[in-house]
Design a protein around this ligand. Structure first.
Ligand SMILES: Cc1ncc(COP(=O)(O)O)c(C=O)c1O
Length: 382
């Protein structure tokens, strides 16, 4: 059977559909089979076809990992059972006494790990506003790792990854970037100088709100060796079935991301015109203070929008209960539009929850006119 020649020179869409995937050598099956076997036959001790035990490596998960690392422009990927499992794998680089510097606006669950798990274990945590370029030179040089998201969740601030990576490289600090909000279709942190990228693959990579998964990607062999050791020893790995589903989802990532962005840009402009809306936070808007940085480091603006409503909790709760097409729910990145209230939902456990008038939208790929009508009626009579 002819082997596919999928190189990183091919375009994103081609790699999203083919990278890591060959027709099955035994049957010719075009789609990667779900290999459920936990163990693999050996012809002599240590002599096998590349697989020994599925916690260590599994053919379906391997195909997914190869596809994900190709899309991110990395060389090594580790598919995990959730986004937080992926984060935990990266935090294995930290030991008591080490300093972790993190952007202060982060997914609430990441802040929870930092403040409620790592800190009590003796890892120093220093939260900073890394979106302010003046602050980058103030990062303590003894830090072991810098952790950030860009755009941040939920304030949609941007961090100049290239600028921060030249600082971290100079001082031999690991730079880990959570790329969940944009996916590799719109931003490639490894190319901008990050050492490690992670995703909650539960979000855009999956795109259908039916998988919990995460991934860690790097192009540094030394880092990959340690991650592989922790992954096989601690076992936070993704199941073969979920690996298959995620591989299937990746085939439409480029199409979905374009549709999310098209709708989000129109909705963000539409929200800016509404009298009951105080301020819209979306990097694609000219009013976003870091719009020029968005144009520099991202190839698109993504589907996430946050906005401040005029008024307080009463108005916000009324608005949130009036949506018909947007579903009031945590999470993001699915084809369906979601709306949520960060201060009482995703970021309730954050040390500094966002203002109660902030609403976050994950723009789906439904018909834009239906989404606009839904917003209009949700903002009515506040
Ligand atoms: C930016 C970001 N990173 C990480 C996570 C954690 O991912 P998971 O829920 O897949 O464990 C989330 C979840 O919402 C997230 O939004």
């Amino acid at each position: 059977m002819k082997k596919k020649s999928i190189t990183n020179k091919l375009a994103f869409a081609t790699r999203a559909i083919h990278a890591g995937q060959e027709p099955d050598p035994h049957t010719g099956a075009v789609m990667t089979p779900i290999t459920l076997s936990s163990t693999y036959a050996q012809s002599a001790p240590g002599k096998h076809k590349g697989y020994e035990y599925s916690r260590v490596s599994n053919p379906t998960r391997k195909a997914l990992e190869d596809c994900l690392s190709s899309l991110e422009g990395g060389s090594y990927a580790f598919a995990c059972a959730s986004g937080v499992a992926a984060s935990s794998l990266i935090f294995e680089f930290l030991n008591p006494g080490d300093l972790l510097v993190a952007e202060e606006d982060l997914y609430g669950g990441s802040l929870r790990i930092l403040t409620k798990i790592l800190k009590p274990r003796g890892i120093d945590i220093h939260l900073m506003d890394l979106s302010k370029t003046d602050n980058i030179s103030k990062i303590p040089t003894k830090a072991k790792m810098v952790w950030l998201e860009s755009p941040t969740n939920p304030l949609m601030k941007l961090i100049d990854i290239e600028q921060i990576s030249s600082f971290t490289k100079k001082h031999k600090i690991l730079l880990a970037v959570d790329n969940t909000f944009l996916s590799p279709f719109f931003q490639k942190p490894l190319q901008l100088g990050a050492d490690i990228v992670l995703h909650s693959a539960t979000k855009y990579l999956s795109g259908h709100s039916d998988i919990i998964a995460g991934v860690v990607i790097t192009n540094c062999q030394k880092l990959a060796e340690r991650l592989a050791f922790w992954s096989k020893s601690l076992g936070p790995v993704l199941s073969p079935f979920d690996s298959y589903l995620l591989l299937r989802s990746l085939k439409t990532l480029h199409i979905r991301m374009k549709a999310h962005e098209e709708n989000a840009l129109e909705l963000a402009r539409f929200l800016e015109k509404q009298k009951s809306v105080k301020k819209v936070l979306y990097p694609g808007l000219k009013s976003h203070p870091q719009h020029p940085l968005a144009l520099k480091q991202m190839s698109g603006f993504g589907g996430m929008i946050s906005f401040y409503l005029k008024g307080g909790q009463r108005e916000v709760f009324k608005c949130l209960s009036q949506f018909h097409i947007f579903t009031l729910a945590e999470s993001l990145g699915g084809v369906e539009s979601l709306v949520e209230h960060p201060s009482s939902m995703t970021h309730a456990s954050s040390p500094h929850p966002p203002h109660e008038s902030l609403i976050r939208i994950s723009t789906g790929i439904e018909d834009i006119e239906d989404l606009k009508k839904d917003i209009l009626q949700a903002l009515k009579n506040l």
